[in-house]
Each structure stands twice: as C-alpha cells, then as structure tokens.
Design a protein around this ligand. Structure first.
Ligand code: HXC
Length: 276
C-alpha cells in the first residue's frame, strides 16, 4: 500500500533506462501507479515491449517501449526526441541501466571493465545529455540516478562496478550544481543489496543472501518496493529541495562497514576457480 496520493505524478512524463526489469521496473510501476506516463528504454526489445504492455494493463497509464542501448548516444537522443514528440513533455529521467557480474580484478579483461563503465557511467551521461537537449535544459526536470554503496568501502570482485558507480555519483553532484539553475534537480539513490532482484539472485544466491541479511543493521535485505517508494519521494514535490543528494537505502549496511564485511558472502558466491 503506497503512502503517496494516487495522482502524485498526474500529467508528468518519465523516461527510465533499464526500465524493463529489476529496480527500475519497480520505479516505473510505482510512477505509473501514481499517474505518470512512462517510457521504458532497454536494449532487449522483447523485454521492454512485454514490460510496457504489463504496466499499461495493470495501471491504466500509457507506457511506451523503446529499444535502445544506453551505450549509443545517438539512440538516446532519438529516444528523448521521441518522448517529447509523442508525450509532449519530459519531466523525469531515471538512469537504471547497469551491467554487473562478479569477477576478480586480476582476471577482469580491459573490455570487461570498460563495458560496465560504458553502460553505467557513460550511459548515464548519454541519457542526461539527451534529456537536457531535448527538453530539460529549457524546461527543467528531475534526474534520478541509481547508484550503489559498494564503492564506499572496497568490494572484492566488483572493481568495474565500484568505479562506474563512483563516476555516477560524481556526475550526479556535478550536474546538480551545473544544471540546478536551469530547474533541473539531479539526485541518486544508492541501494544496498536488494533481495528480490535478478542481480541479487546472481550475486548473493541462497545462503549467501541470508548471511548478508544477518549483517545488515535492520537484519533484512532491501526490497524493490523500498527503492520505488524512495524514488517517488525524491522525484515528487516533497523532494523539491533535494539536489545533488545521494541517498543510501541499505538498512545501514554501509555504516556497519560497507561490503568489506561481506567479503565472505561475495567470494562464496564465486566459482572456486575465480576466487581472489
Ligand atoms: C568476466 C565478463 C563477464 C563475467 C562479461 N564479461 N561477463 N567477464 N566475468 N561474468 C566481459 C566479457 O568477457 C567481455 O570482455 C566484456 O565483458 C563484454 O561482454 P559481452 O558479453 O560481450 O557484453 P554485453 O553483451 O554487452 O553484456 C555485458 C553485461 C552483461 C551487460 C555486463 O554481462 C551483464 O552483466 N548483464 C547483467 C545485467 C544486470 O544484471 N544488471 C543489473 C545490475 S545490478 P572480453 O575481453 O572477453 O571481450 C547492479 C547493482 C550493483 O548494478 C550493486 C550490487 C549490490
């Protein structure tokens, strides 16, 4: 049950990258449930079409699928232009597209490192830039980036993701200052481990997830709904004085020593041959 009124985002339009699955799908659903027209961008056509149909059927709000890879700036410029043409405005951008896999740093290829930087960091920049030029630079808007907490400490087997999310944080803060005067708010949510995602099922399967939950001060993993409700707050007028904020939603795990303390859970999830 949402604590927000159902028409919170009525008349608004949001584009979400990576919106077909996981956390960003959850945010898309929450926005649609509160009256927002949504546009989902994913590189997987089947995925994004199915997700858009399901969101329309469930929430009776328009949801448009766009097949595009955030690594291609031209594709995002076309997507942003399409949003303005089709929906007439472009109020909200959620950058959720991300790559992730466990790999010991010494075994990670330069292309493996670069692929995650390309998706998470450069993809976020590409989408922000496209949104700015298509609509937000002239009309204002709100950007929400999905970061992480694993770069607050040192998380083994995640050097590529940690570097990419650190860049996302830097981008969030810089755009907040540079674009704030244009009426664009730029913020990030930093989820800790979220139990009901595909990423968590791969990174912390079974017992590793339970052990991880036992290290969280609240003694539970996060849920997609936790992030979705926080996103509604940040993106709504309730968050109108938030700009450049990077808000952890991790039950206090990062304060308890970050993911360094979860080394055993992460490493236990890796194939023996790949353990550092
Ligand atoms: C080592 C790997 C690898 C793996 C890919 N690579 N997977 N290296 N271990 N498991 C390397 C490849 O060998 C290759 O380098 C390079 O990365 C590119 O791989 P491709 O498969 O050609 O690229 P692509 O098809 O574009 O897909 C890459 C990917 C995908 C998007 C990163 O592998 C992936 O991870 N998909 C999962 C997406 C996902 O779960 N997103 C949610 C993120 S959750 P070489 O040198 O061989 O050419 C998240 C939360 C973080 O971010 C916080 C957690 C708590």
């Amino acid at each position: 049950m949402s604590p927000f009124r159902p028409d919170l985002f009525a008349g608004r339009v949001a584009l979400l990258t990576g919106g077909g699955t996981g956390i960003t799908r959850g945010i898309a659903e929450a926005l649609a449930a509160h009256g927002c027209e949504t546009v989902l961008v994913s590189r997987k056509a089947d995925h994004v079409q199915k997700a858009a149909r399901e969101i329309e059927d469930t929430f009776h709000q328009k949801c448009h699928p766009i097949e595009a890879d955030v690594r291609h700036p031209d594709a995002l410029e076309a997507a942003a232009a399409h949003v303005v043409k089709t929906c007439g405005r472009f109020d909200i951008l959620v950058n959720g597209a991300a790559g992730n896999f466990l790999c010991a740093s010494a075994d990670l290829s330069p292309n493996g490192f670069g692929t995650v930087i390309d998706i998470d960091a450069k993809g976020t920049f590409n989408a922000c830039r496209a949104a700015y030029h298509a609509w937000m630079g002239a009309n204002g808007g709100s950007i929400l980036n999905i970061s992480a907490t694993l770069h607050y400490g040192g998380t083994p087997a995640q050097v590529h993701v940690a570097a990419a999310k650190a860049a996302v944080d830097a981008l969030t803060r810089t755009l907040a200052v540079e674009w704030g005067p244009r009426g664009i708010r730029s913020n990030a949510i930093a989820p800790g481990p979220i139990g009901d995602t595909e990423g968590a099922r791969r990174l912390f399967p079974g017992e590793a997830g339970e052990r991880l939950a036992s290290l969280v001060p609240t003694r539970r993993l996060g849920k997609i709904a936790d992030i979705a409700m926080l996103a509604l707050f940040v993106l709504s007028d309730a968050g109108s004085n938030l700009n450049g904020a990077i808000i952890p939603s991790d039950g206090g795990l990062a304060l308890a020593g970050s993911f360094s303390h979860t080394l055993d859970a992460v490493v236990a999830a890796m194939p023996k041959s790949a353990q550092p």
